[in-house]
Design a protein around this ligand. Structure first.
Ligand code: CAA
Length: 239
């Protein structure tokens, strides 16, 4: 029980990586609020669903007030909600660019602007931003997504400095997953998936639980001296 008595928020928590992280945290004793546009694809008595569009600033503020009021604290925030709208740059539309930046980057800011200072107020916390191997190294056909996920790394380092500046242990780290077997992979041509698996040292794509275990480490007190870090969990894709 590494998260006993902790309260966690996981955005994009209905399925995929977010669903796996929410359930892993609950198994370790946390009360979890999973935020998403769609209902949860699983049942867990320690995971509450809250419908929220992370691009809606006012709704994010209301959600923050709701969690504060109901649970009395927030110890962990995982900014995981994200989408892809892949296209070669020459064909990318304004809508494809704006939607990805709005959800993947502004959405991260929208909640953390309230939760980060609140963690300072209550004496500590752990913020985990889900970046990507694509944010670290770029990827053909993903200018919008790469920009958003690289931006998330900038936010991570900024918040690691900003929220701890008065000596309160608010930690902020990023996880940069490689290619993980979730619904997001459905748009990627089979041939490319094989290529990506071949680029890893371990010769395979990742599983959602392998990201959830990394998130559990960063969320827990086991990572009490880890902040401002980007943890690459990608099977050695870019060694
Ligand atoms: N590596 C090398 N070449 C690539 C490539 C790649 N990753 N992706 C595309 N190309 C090449 C194609 O082979 C093609 O080459 P030619 O011009 O010589 O024919 C050229 O680039 C144009 O590609 P397409 O014909 O496929 O162009 P399209 O407009 O039909 O499709 C695309 C473009 C939508 C970007 C499509 O290539 C695609 O879906 N690529 C996969 C993008 C991807 O990796 N997405 C990851 C989603 S998962 C995720 O993002 C999670 C995470 O964090 C990792």
């Amino acid at each position: 029980m590494r998260l006993e008595n902790k309260v966690a928020i996981v955005t994009g928590g209905a399925k995929g990586l977010g669903g796996e992280m929410a359930q892993t945290f609950a198994r370790e004793g946390a009360k979890v609020v999973a935020v998403d546009m769609m209902p949860l694809t699983y049942e867990n008595e320690n995971v509450e669903f809250y419908q929220l569009n992370v691009t809606d600033g006012e709704a994010c503020k209301n959600f923050f007030e709701y969690v504060k009021e109901k649970y009395g604290r927030i110890d962990i925030l995982v900014n995981n909600a994200g989408i892809t709208r892949d296209s070669m740059t020459r064909k990318m539309t304004d809508d494809q660019w704006d939607l990805v930046i709005d959800i993947n980057l502004k959405g991260v800011f929208n909640l953390t602007r309230y939760v980060g200072p609140y963690m300072e107020e209550i004496g500590g916390g752990s913020i985990i931003n889900i970046s990507s191997v694509v944010g670290e190294y770029g990827n053909i056909g993903q200018a919008n997504y790469a920009a958003s996920k690289a931006g998330v790394i900038g936010l991570t380092k900024t918040w690691a400095k900003e929220f701890a500046r008065k000596g309160v242990p608010v930690r902020c780290n990023a996880i940069a997953p490689g290619y993980i077997m979730t619904d997001m992979m459905k748009t990627v041509p089979e041939e490319l998936l094989k290529k990506f698996a071949g680029l890893t040292m371990l010769g395979r794509l990742g599983q959602p639980e392998e990201i959830a275990k990394a998130a559990l480490f960063l969320a827990s007190d086991d990572a009490s001296y880890v902040t401002g870090h980007v943890l690459s969990v990608n099977g050695g894709m870019r060694l």
